[in-house]
Write a protein that binds this ligand. Sequence first.
Ligand code: MD6
Ligand code: FE
Length: 206
Amino acid sequence: MQIGSEKNAVDLNGVRVMPAVLGPEEQAAIVADIRQVCAQAPLMRLETARGKKMSVRMTAAGQFGWVSDPRGYRYQGHHPAGMPWPPIPETVLAVWRALSGTERQPECCLVNFYGEGARLGLHQDRDEADLTQPVLSISLGDEGLFRVGGLERGGSTRSVWLRSGDVVVLEGAGRLAYHGVDRIRFGSSRLLPQGGRLNLTLRVVT
Ligand code: MD6
Ligand code: FE
């Protein structure tokens, strides 16, 4: 797999945004693999701890998946419907190896699907045991408006449109930055014939 360089990387409050890292063929190969993941471990709309259904649909691959329900949120070793999470596809692992900058392997690939109108509120990724390990995300399909703040809620934020093939890494000073997706431009990409945005986040959990 050919993975592009980081020469156009931009820094957003310590968060590394790398535009156009994956070409059309790499993107299509990852989508095909993620379709298999979703066939084995179906996408679902999780409930937040406050009992509201999220607009983003989620599933996962790897030893752990991230789940949320009225009992709270956590990593767990199986899909809420009972099946094990499928392995992380090799096409996705290749992106991690090329760009994460760590020797450790990801233990979770969280799969987020944004249909029309879906969004993801500002949050920190802090449920992992070793916060010196990066989190890497791959954007596929429709464009999404990614908002990045600082280490506290309520500070100033900056936004960037993430396009299909872009990669974001949260590491170092940016590892605990607040971030979220305000909205997507539904139908802006033809990678997913029915529209929508896929975002994969890879993490070391333990
Ligand atoms: C998204 N991304 O782009 C949501 N988290 O749909 C994330 O929540 C995220 O992009 C950790 C690291 C990178 C990310
Ligand atoms: Fe996140």
